[in-house]
Design a protein around this ligand. Sequence first.
Ligand SMILES: [Zn+2]
Length: 291
Amino acid sequence: MANNTLNRYLFEELSVRGELVQLDTAYQEILSSKDYPAPLQTLLGELLVSTSLLTATLKFEGSITMQLQGDGPVSLAVINGDHNQQLRGVARWEGDIADDASIHDMMGKGYLVITITPDKGERYQGVVGLEGNNLPEILEGYFERSEQLKTRLWIRTGEHEGKQHAAGMLLQVMPDGTGSPEDFEHLEQLTNTVKDEELFGLGANELLYRLYNQDKVQLFEPKEVEFHCSCSRERSAAAIVTVAQEEIFDILAHEGQVALHCDYCGTTYAFDEPEVKALFADAQSENKTVH
Ligand SMILES: [Zn+2]
């Protein structure tokens, strides 16, 4: 049975919040799209888990893109996820990658771009250097600098009962500043004891009980996580009309169609001249009714 879930919880007395994400088929689907080398599979799993954990912190409807870029054998690894926990992602690499390659071996001189895009409102972008031994450490540094909130992440990927799993946990002090460093450390130490097979195989209730049975945990409704590309013909059409009309007709004149390609899932949406004309006509009549 597939288990792709995100759980959020609260240690109210300790002013610390937590998250647990456990992915099996959602992770397996992203791996199945290309023949990724093993360390890149791990990196994608870590990105997938982190994006899920981060989107769960969104206080509005929107999406987060976590994009690793570098001049190493892996030029790009990107995951995009939204408030509905629909995630998609892809990576590009060239040549051989050793089985024991670290994030630095793969990315070379690189950085992590975190883009938060609300459905309504300004987008926010943060650029983080790759300071740390792995993605969780890099993100912990990001949280400390950007949000000034003590945050710890535990992310594991690997095989469990013959199938690939990716899972992770997050602890973060509540922004109201009522938590004590000792309480956070206490929860950190308990979480440090989590084993891969527990993260991959146990349900949230059982796992939280095993780790924190002396502390009061309030567990919220779980959310289902899904590997799903949110691209569509409608979205592509909406993107076309945001471009200057003459630019679009220039493309039409040269190529006979306007084609938008989704890098995440490989789908191409093509529009011919009558379709493009209709799109711009619709957009204009909509503008008239608005103003
Ligand atoms: Zn797509």
